[in-house]
Design a protein around this ligand. Structure first.
Ligand SMILES: Cc1ncc(COP(=O)(O)O)c(C=O)c1O
Length: 368
């Protein structure tokens, strides 16, 4: 039996009770509302967690990168790559997924259709296509529905592709769930309009794929949505808690760190810096700092260098000692996971298991 105290720091630690509760709760919500849960694996990048999501009834998994898709194909035979397959190498790598995997890609351009169609033809496989709409985030996705219909028809005309539905990502909805009414109504209206226009153009939309962690528990109110893709919900993070989309007790992932210096008066320094915590602000609101201590919520990581995190003690009565251990709730857990090779799964203070963040990085790429 290994105790938390025995781990070398910094280390990414996941509270298994919290993670299991987060997974089960979302699966139960999906079942209650008859929605397909297709979790985004970008948060955990681990086949072990993907397998747990599938075992709890997920309809498939969502990936961003070709490497994630390959890694997840070991545990899932229905993969959505919610990222435009632009570029010969990217499209070819997707088309090379094991033949038994049903592959769908989300895209928003004729060029992406061409690249995916060519790669699918060469590989001799069929690929489903979701056409991405921009419903307010203004990142990817077509803002004009007629343009989306044209891309859907192009997919239908390609021998190796099939139009499988529409996708959107409500990444612009980052307020507390109870303040989301207007934006959720706007999403429902936009989707109703889009689905009606597709229908009038002779293109039936059977799947509407959307969803995020901030909107997770209100997905059923976005009319038209048939499947949702939360990612962060598996671990949650400080951003999710600060905006009120989860409770602090739902934050499952922390960075275990050690106080390595108190030499400069008024501060303490831990061994988790930018290379352990990332440098992400709290997104969508004004939280200060680069992470918050689990045990001392009034203490934030005020600044970092690569391997040092400087704690702001000004609001706390805590007097840290060199050698003391703390756990930092990261602002954006997906970035922190990507910085780690291994996750330690703990119950209380016992390290019960560990697993590899297999899909971090880009995977092997062969050079000519
Ligand atoms: C296309 C897409 N779908 C789903 C998600 C998951 O959203 P969240 O991290 O809020 O759970 C993301 C997150 O970046 C995304 O980019």
């Amino acid at each position: 039996m290994i105790s938390l105290d025995a781990l070398e720091t910094p280390a990414l630690v996941v509270d298994l009770d919290r993670m299991e509760r987060n997974l089960s709760r979302a699966a139960a919500y999906a079942a209650t509302h008859g929605l397909g849960l297709r979790p985004h694996v970008k948060t955990h990048k681990s086949p072990r967690v993907g397998a747990q999501q599938m075992a709890l009834g997920a309809v498939g998994l969502t990936c961003a990168t070709p490497y994630e898709a390959h890694v997840m194909s070991e545990v899932c035979n229905d993969i959505l790559v919610a990222y435009p397959p632009v570029g010969v190498a990217r499209a070819a790598r997707l088309a090379a997924l094991p033949a038994g995997v049903r592959l769908t890609v989300a895209l928003d351009s004729p060029r992406a259709i061409d690249d995916m169609a060519r790669a699918a033809d060469t590989a001799g496989r069929r690929v489903g296509v979701y056409v991405e709409l921009d419903l307010g985030m203004h990142r990817v996705g077509l803002p004009v529905v007629d343009d989306a219909i044209a891309v859907a028809k192009q997919a239908r005309a390609a021998r190796s592709l099939e139009f499988a539905g529409i996708a959107f990502y409500p990444g612009h909805v980052r307020e507390a769930p109870e303040l989301q009414d207007d934006k959720l109504r706007a999403l429902s209206d936009s989707l109703a309009d889009a689905i009606a226009r597709f229908k009038r153009a002779g293109v039936d939309v059977s799947v509407v794929s959307g969803g995020s962690t901030p909107t997770l528990w209100r997905t059923h109110e976005i009319e038209g949505v048939t499947e949702f893709r939360p990612g962060t919900y598996v671990y949650n993070d400080r951003t999710t808690a600060v905006i009120g989309a989860c409770d602090w007790d739902d934050c499952a992932a922390t960075v275990l760190a050690t106080v390595i210096s108190t030499a400069v008066p008024g501060q303490a320094v831990i061994d988790a810096g930018t290379k352990a915590l990332g440098r992400e602000p709290v997104r969508g609101t004004d939280g200060e700092g680069l992470g918050q201590l689990l045990e001392h919520p009034d203490v934030v990581v005020a600044r970092t260098s690569e391997e040092h995190g400087v704690l702001d003690l000004s609001r706390s009565s805590w007097t840290p000692q060199v050698g003391e251990r703390v756990r930092v709730i990261p602002n954006h857990v997906c970035i922190v996971v990507h910085l780690n090779d291994v996750v330690y799964g703990v119950r209380g203070s016992v390290v019960e298991t560990s697993w590899e963040v297999v899909a971090r990085g880009r995977g092997e790429r062969v050079m000519a």
